[in-house]
Design a protein around this ligand. Structure first.
Ligand SMILES: Cc1cc2nc3c(=O)[nH]c(=O)nc-3n(C[C@H](O)[C@H](O)[C@H](O)COP(=O)(O)O)c2cc1C
Length: 198
């Protein structure tokens, strides 16, 4: 009798363990689509491209860009939708070319970044580094007007000084026309005056 009871308990335990396992499998999150499956070739409808280099598509960088371009038809490219490998990494599914193809259609490029660790986002830095591999002039950039937006919870003076400086150097190197920077959402007015005058 004792043996039968033990056998029943063991069977019950095994059945409930199998049930738990099935439940866990059912609850496992479905895999998120990868960046490469999300990113479609972007055909611009306008000549102004806002490039959001934040990790959040609708965060503060996006809001700053929208506020800067309020009332002006523009396209937006969310850089994290594209798989851009580090300088020196060469993989078939790299999508730098797709980003450049979008930029090539614009005559004005507005780049917005959040401040991460006192500097630009990693996505923007990687994008800039990768330009090094390309033949100059980079067709996607040469002759384009470049506006630069940045924002953070409290960027240091050094960051506020350095990031626009870096972007102005990038513009010079890649034959762009550097139109200026807004280092804070409260500083948009002066740069908007430049934009509206052009
Ligand atoms: C990894 C990380 C590092 C950050 N470092 C800084 C910093 O050094 N200085 C700063 O002012 N804000 C810093 N922030 C705050 C972001 O710049 C701030 O939240 C910004 O509004 C985020 O923009 P987003 O909404 O477009 O992502 C950091 C945020 C993250 C996620």
């Amino acid at each position: 009798m004792k043996k039968i009871l033990t056998l029943c308990l063991l069977t019950l335990f095994l059945l409930s363990a199998a049930g738990c396992n099935a439940a866990q499998q059912a609850a496992a999150p479905t895999q998120q689509p990868t960046a490469s499956t999300q990113a479609a070739p972007l055909a611009l409808k306008t000549k102004i491209l806002f490039v959001n280099t934040s990790h959040r598509p609708d965060g503060n960088t996006y809001k700053m860009g929208e506020s800067f371009l309020a009332g002006i038809p523009h396209d937006t490219l969310f850089l994290n939708d594209y798989k851009i490998y580090q300088l020196g990494q060469h993989y078939d599914d790299d999508q730098l070319a797709a980003v450049l193809a979008a930029m090539e259609q614009a005559d004005t490029i507005v780049i917005g970044t959040p401040v991460y660790w006192h500097t630009m986002s990693g996505a923007l830095k990687t994008f800039i580094d990768r330009l090094y591999e390309l033949d100059k002039p980079v067709k996607a950039l040469a002759g384009k007007k470049l506006y630069f937006l940045m924002q953070g919870i409290g960027p240091s003076e050094t960051t506020i000084e350095q990031l626009p400086y870096i972007m102005s150097r990038i513009a010079t190197r890649y034959d762009m026309e550097y139109m200026g920077a807004a280092p804070d959402p409260d500083d948009l007015t002066a740069l908007q005056a430049v934009l509206h005058g052009n």
